[in-house]
Ligand binder design. Structure first.
Ligand code: FAD
Length: 369
């Protein structure tokens, strides 16, 4: 993993700010990482993947997040697509799609719709069977990485339940419209997907007929874990930038770090990075051991890491002040990117509601844990 992390550092170099300003990642870089199996490194070796543990992939994802949140976002989408195929596909679909996802094909996952954001059960995209084909109609919004993707994993209604369907981005009657001005993760290729009676082989359908909440929660669980580790990366980048600046910039005859109110920001950043890291490690260990605590551990890791990254990035901008107040600077990028982490893969509010449900479920059992 260390070798791949060094490779990533070399490939990104100091270009993340430039990508943020232009709103585009170099596609050849994404394809190279994809072909090396590094955008979804937990895919098992027999399907062409790296077969990494969740813990190792988490550390790699944090590293990507510390370099460039747009790139990490593309990694999250690819991993989520691969995990959806792993969870919902049959043996043939797993072999076919996972090989593509580890050979350079890029993927995105569409749940959200104009009228179905937090309430994904309200989605109206339809996947209708017609003989050996399905017809897909609907509109997905804010789909990360869709602008770069070859394959779009789209969730919709299927009979009385739901399904996911793998849509080639270049299929007839598919339109991918890039969102040109996102607040953060500006180069992550967010796009609206319009599906206008798209005819596809029925073999592209995954998880046919399962309940929509089951389908989306399976896929979102991976996304939450990946975003949580990405937030650890944001915190590490902010900590590095803030500590470096506070020790080299002098005001009132002393380094900033010797002014206690500034030192307080550094202390908060250290605490945030440590708490987020420990929660992510715990969640990944639950994934690796198949623990029944995995759902709640992942939710908690996402919720806490996102909040801490947003607060930590704000503190880092405060420490750098005018030195960080330029578009494309690591801390100003982190500030915009981290705020979005509180919205995606379950907003703060949705996470809190789910944590509260957990509290009620476990009621009476906390004392003996
Ligand atoms: P709404 O659901 O309209 O919510 C608005 C506010 O109300 C939020 O604060 C929310 O938490 C709160 N709220 C809503 N309902 C309740 C409630 N019952 N109780 C308390 N508070 C509530 N979608 C995809 O499908 N694929 C992607 O790859 C993807 N990537 C994204 C990347 C970015 C950068 C962004 C911004 C969004 C992305 N999304 C993606 C969409 C994302 O999942 C939704 O934005 C998110 O689920 C929130 O939905 P919404 O924006 O419609 O807000």
């Amino acid at each position: 993993m260390r070798e791949q992390a060094e490779l990533l550092t070399d490939l990104v170099g100091d270009r993340a700010g430039e990508w943020d300003r232009s709103g585009l990642l170099p596609v050849e870089l994404l394809r190279k990482l994809g072909a090396d199996g590094l955008l979804c490194a937990e895919v098992p070796v027999e399907h062409g993947g790296q077969g990494w543990t969740s813990l190792d992939n988490g550390a790699f994802t944090a590293h990507a997040g510390s370099l460039c949140s747009s790139l990490r976002s593309v990694m999250t989408s690819q991993g989520m697509a691969a995990w959806t195929v792993q969870r919902l596909g049959d043996a043939e679909q797993r072999d076919h799609y996972l090989r593509r996802l580890t050979s350079g094909a890029l993927a995105a996952v569409g749940f959200s719709e104009p009228q179905a954001g937090s309430d994904l059960a309200a989605m109206t995209t339809s996947i209708r069977v017609e003989g050996d084909s399905v017809l897909v109609d609907g509109r997905k919004v804010w789909v990360t990485a869709a602008y770069y993707a070859d394959l779009l994993v789209v969730f919709g209604r299927y009979g009385d339940g739901g399904a996911a369907v793998v849509v080639p981005a270049d299929a007839p009657d598919v339109r991918v419209e890039r969102i040109a001005d996102p607040m953060g993760c500006r180069a992550a290729g967010h796009a609206t997907i319009v599906l206008d009676s798209v005819r596809l082989p029925a073999a592209n359908v995954l998880g046919a007929g399962a309940a929509i909440p089951f389908l989306v929660s399976s896929s979102l669980a991976y996304g939450r874990k990946s975003v949580a580790w990405g937030c650890v990366g944001i915190l590490r980048a902010c900590l590095d930038a803030a500590a470096r600046h506070a020790t080299t910039r002098h005001q009132f005859g002393r380094p900033l770090a010797e002014h206690q109110l500034v030192a307080g920001h550094l202390a908060d950043l250290v605490a945030a990075e440590q708490v987020a890291t420990r929660l992510c490690e715990h969640a990944s260990r639950c994934w690796d051991s198949g623990s029944p605590d995995v759902v709640i551990a992942t939710l908690l890791a996402k919720h806490e890491s996102a909040q801490r990254a947003a607060a930590g990035a704000s503190a880092a901008v405060q420490v750098l002040a005018s030195a960080g107040a330029r578009d494309g600077h690591a801390v100003s990028r982190a500030y915009r990117d981290a705020k979005l982490m509180e919205i995606i893969e379950g907003s703060n509010e949705m996470c809190r509601l789910l944590l509260a449900e957990h509290a009620v479920r476990v009621a009476g059992g906390w004392g003996v844990r």
